[in-house]
Design a protein around this ligand. Structure first.
Ligand SMILES: [Zn+2]
Length: 453
């Protein structure tokens, strides 16, 4: 279950007030521990993958030599859709459990308890990376992607399974499995139905290449990526090195810190976003253009906010002078949280383009909004943005909404009309190279960059 614990409840009766805030709340992902994948499913998957690898080898499509030398290193397996305005789209709910006892005998790689096990004897075998903020909204709009953590060959794809799980169940997941050159295999589980890369088993993928949209298929309580890794000898790998990981050293190119505080997003809204019960999609109430007198909900969304961490808000007038500043200190460790202030005419005493910024853990992220004016034709609300995936792709790209027309513009200015159908455009006829795409959907027109490999 996903639950929201609201620390402060607001009753807004007027928009002309001195100042409202700070308010804050935790967004709790996955508080009920579930087995991400039943053991019988896991062994069936392993058998199937081994069969596929043997077959690809017999066909000469994979080297039959045993890999030698050091293990590969991973890049991060989650990226945001580049068409979105989030600063970041994820936080971590669970690591691998190194304590073989159960239940409630937990040790993540740093000897902490950011992991889980079950009474049935399952010790969590992957890294759970959940999407934040607006996890269901992100899934609905294809905004957070699982990508290959290293170069490799696809050796398995599972698709066709329901992707809105909220509780313990025996559903099958949608997943992609990638074999790497050192013989290790990485698993990407819980993907959105029908979002998987069009590449097929036996095709090569590059590090960072799109595999699918993060979803909640299979045994899952909300959209997240379950990233599970086996070495060439089929030993479970925890890619994080730490004092309680006695199995292996770090498999990350750059290992992220245990607590990794981040600003995931800064937005303005017309009201407090609604975070309904799983699997209903959040209502974000994004708003970037306000009339004079309307309340502006100025919100920052954070990951890994530790006790004592401070959040600073700054509000700058159209003439760049500081209209408001405040700081708040966290009393809790929250893996995902939001802080907000509500502004009215007292602070918003000029019309024009205002800048809201939040500073947290040494990072500052800003967001512009119009007050008593409009942002102009170039800017539009985040939820209206036109974006596509995958990129890189092989023969087609899929947009986040139906498109009526797409032109590919070459470096020397030639325009190629692409054939489009619903949300997809066919790029099979384009030679490899860099293009600008002029895509039109409803009243929106967007220029996007495409790298055809
Ligand atoms: Zn998991």
């Amino acid at each position: 279950m996903i639950k929201i614990y609201t620390i402060a409840v607001l009753c807004l009766s007027a928009v002309s007030f001195a100042q409202e805030g700070p308010f804050s709340a935790e967004y709790r992902f996955n508080p009920d521990n579930v087995d991400c994948l039943p053991e019988q499913s896991r062994s069936a998957i392993k058998q199937r993958l081994a069969g596929t690898v043997a077959e690809l080898k017999s066909q000469g499509r994979l080297s039959s030599q045993m890999p030698q030398g050091a293990h590969i290193l991973f890049d991060w397996p989650v990226v945001k859709n580049p068409g979105t305005t989030y600063n970041n789209v994820w936080s971590i709910s669970n690591h691998v459990d190194h304590n073989a006892a159960f239940p409630n005998a937990l040790s993540d790689y740093m000897c902490g308890t950011r992991t889980y096990d079950t009474g049935a004897g399952y010790n969590h075998k992957g890294v759970d990376i959940f999407t934040w903020p607006f996890t269901w909204y992100q899934m609905q709009n294809n905004q957070s992607w699982a990508v290959a953590a290293a170069d490799g060959v696809i050796i398995g794809k599972d698709n066709g399974n329901a992707d809105q799980s909220c509780t313990f169940n025996s559903n099958q997941w949608n997943a992609v499995y990638v074999l790497h050159e050192d013989g290790s295999v990485s698993w990407y589980g819980h993907l959105k139905n029908n979002s998987l890369t069009p590449k097929v088993v036996g095709d090569a993928v590059s590090s960072g290449e799109y595999l699918g949209v993060i979803g909640s298929s299979g045994n899952s309580t909300g959209p997240h990526l379950h990233f599970e890794v086996y070495d060439a000898q089929d030993n479970l790998v925890d890619p994080y090195a730490g004092s309680c990981n006695t199995w292996n050293d770090s498999w990350w190119e750059t290992q992220k810190p245990y607590l990794d505080p981040k600003i995931n997003a800064v937005y303005t809204h017309s009201a407090l976003p609604i975070f309904p019960n799983c699997p209903q999609v959040e209502t974000p109430f994004f708003k970037d253009e306000f009339n004079v007198g309307e309340a502006v909900y100025a919100m920052g969304y954070f990951s890994d906010q530790a006790v004592g961490a401070s959040v600073t808000i700054n509000l700058y007038r159209p003439d760049s002078t500081l209209a408001y500043t405040s700081s708040a200190v966290s009393n809790n460790l929250w893996y995902s949280s939001y802080w907000y202030w509500i502004f009215g005419t007292t602070q918003l005493n000029q019309t024009g383009i205002w800048t809201l910024s939040f500073t947290f853990a040494g990072q500052t992220v800003s967001h512009q909004f119009a007050y008593g004016t409009s942002l102009g034709a170039e800017a539009f609300e985040a939820d209206r943005q036109l974006a596509f995936y995958p990129n890189p792709a092989n023969d087609r790209i899929t947009f986040n909404r139906a498109i009526s027309n797409v032109q590919a513009i070459t470096a020397d200015g030639k325009r190629v009309e692409l054939s489009v159908s619903g949300e997809t455009a066919d790029i099979s006829g384009l030679p490899t190279g860099l293009y600008m795409l002029r895509a039109t959907s409803e009243e929106k027109q967007t220029i996007l960059k495409l790298v055809k490999h």
